[in-house]
Ligand binder design. Sequence first.
Ligand SMILES: *[C@@H]1O[C@H](CO)[C@@H](O)[C@H](O)[C@H]1NC(C)=O
Ligand SMILES: *[C@@H]1O[C@H](CO)[C@@H](O)[C@H](O)[C@H]1NC(C)=O
Ligand SMILES: *[C@@H]1O[C@H](CO)[C@@H](O)[C@H](O)[C@H]1NC(C)=O
Ligand SMILES: *[C@@H]1O[C@H](CO)[C@@H](O)[C@H](O)[C@H]1NC(C)=O
Length: 472
Amino acid sequence: MKLKIRNWVALLCSMWMSFAVSVLEGVGPIPDPLEVFGHDDKNDVIGTKWAILVAGSYGYGNYRHQADICHAYQVLKNGGLKDENIIVFMYDDIAHNPLNPNRGIIINKPNGTDVYKGVPKDYTGDATTAQNFYAVISGNRSAVSGGSGKVVHSGPNDTIFIFYADHGTVGYVSMPVGEDVFAIDFVAVLKKKHATKSYKKMVIYLEACESGSMFEGLLPKDINIYVTTASNKYKDSYAFYCPGLYPSPPVEYTVCLGDLYSISWLEDSDKNDRTKETLQQQYETVRRRTLVSNINVSSPVMQYGDTKLGNDFLATYIGATPNLYENTFSFEPSTTQTTLISQRDANLLHLWLELEKAPKGSEEKLKAQRKLDDEIAQREHVDNVFNLIGDFLFGEKKNSMMFHVRPYGQPLVDDWDCFKTLIKTYESQCGTLSSYGRKYTRVFASMCNVGISREQLKVASMQACLNKNHAS
Ligand SMILES: *[C@@H]1O[C@H](CO)[C@@H](O)[C@H](O)[C@H]1NC(C)=O
Ligand SMILES: *[C@@H]1O[C@H](CO)[C@@H](O)[C@H](O)[C@H]1NC(C)=O
Ligand SMILES: *[C@@H]1O[C@H](CO)[C@@H](O)[C@H](O)[C@H]1NC(C)=O
Ligand SMILES: *[C@@H]1O[C@H](CO)[C@@H](O)[C@H](O)[C@H]1NC(C)=O
C-alpha cells in the first residue's frame, strides 16, 4: 500500500488541529513587556565565559537538534570562547550517518557552511546522560561517568551559557541515553550551583515543545539566571528548513536542518555586533521571527528568571567576533505561506521522504514503507490507548480535565514525584513514550493535579495496553 501525499498531509493537519483545540483552554496571558532598565556596565564581568551545549535526541530523522548545537558551538568559538570552556553533549550519529548526503558534514541552513567542524566531542554516545549533564553544571568531576570529563569548573566572576535543543514535552526534556531531565531536578541543580557561589550570571536558551513548563513557577528570579524558551508551557516548538517547505534544504536532504527558535537566535548572533545587542533585543527579534502569522501553529518565545539580565550585551555570555558579520541567507518572519512542522512530526516527514526517494520495487522501498507504516500504526495506537485511559479515569469529565494544563505562572504540578511515578507506571504497562507519544505527557500532570493514584493508572493502562509490544 502506498501512502498518498494527501493522506499524509491530512494526518498532519488533523494532529495540528487536535492540538490547537486541546490547548485553547489553558492558554494564559502573555506577560507584560519588560520595563526598561539601564544597561549594565560592559566591563562588570571579568571572569571566564563557560558554555554547555546539549542535543537531547539521536537518530538521523532528528538531524536538526545536533545541527543547532554544532552551529551554537561555531557562534561561541567565533565569539572567542575557548574549547576548554565549551562542553558539548551530542550523540554524534549524524555527520557520518549513511543517510547523510554530505558525509562528515552538518549544515544548519540551506547552502550553509559545515558547522560540525571542530566541535569538541565531550559527551557522545552512551555518555550523553542526565547524570553527566548535572555533574557538568555542578562542576563535579567525580560524578561524571564516561566522556571527556570536562566540567564547568567556574568561579564567582564567571558566566555560564546553556543551550539545549530537544523535542521536549511538559515537565521534562530528554537525553539521548537514560533518564530524562525533569524540570524539578534541573532547577534544583541550578539552585545548588547558585548556593555554591560559583557563577556570576547564567543564561539558558531552550528549544523544545512546551518548554515554558521547565521553568514556570519553578525558577527563582533572584539567582542571577535568565532564561528564554522556544515556547510556553502549552504549545509545541517547530522544526525549520524542512524539505518541501519554504525555505527548503537541498533536495538530497530528507530532514529538517534546524529549529525555528534556534536558528533565529543563532543567525541573529552571526549577523549582529554582539557588543551592542542586548539579550532583550535578541529575545524580541527571536520572538518576532518565531511567531509566524498562522498563530495556531506557532510557538510563543518566553522569558523566565531574572529578566533584568536582559539588559546585558550578548557579548557578556557568548563573546563577540571581531570579524565581519556573516550576512548570508536568512528568512524573514513570514506570512500565511509559512508552514511549520512540529518537533513531534518532523520524523514522520523524514520517513515519508525516505520512502519517496527509494527506487521503485527495491528492498529499500519495502523497508522504508515498513518504517513509515510502523510509525503511523504506533501513533494511532498511542492515541487509542490514551483515549481508553481517559474514558477509564476521567469518565465524562475527560474532555475538560484530561488535557488541562494549569494557568500561566503556576508550575505544571506540585507533586513531581507523582508525575514521575505515573509516567513510569504507564511505561511499565505500555512501553516507553515516543516523541509523538509525549504529546500526552500533560495527561499525567492532570492526573496528579486531580489526585488519581498510581494504582488507578496501573489498572487503566493494563487494560488499555493488553499487548505491550505494540505500544509506544
Ligand atoms: C542554494 O544554492 C542554490 C544553487 O546555488 C540556489 O539555487 C538556491 O537558491 C540556494 N538556496 C538558498 C535558500 O539560498
Ligand atoms: C560529587 O559527586 C559525588 C559522586 O556522585 C558525590 O559523592 C559528591 O558528594 C559530589 N560532590 C559535591 C560537592 O556535590
Ligand atoms: C573576582 O573579581 C574581583 C574584582 O571584581 C576580584 O577581586 C576577585 O579576586 C575575583 N575572584 C576570583 C575568584 O577571580
Ligand atoms: C485557529 O484555531 C481556531 C480555533 O480552532 C480557528 O477558529 C481559526 O480559524 C484558526 N486560525 C487559523 C489561522 O488557522
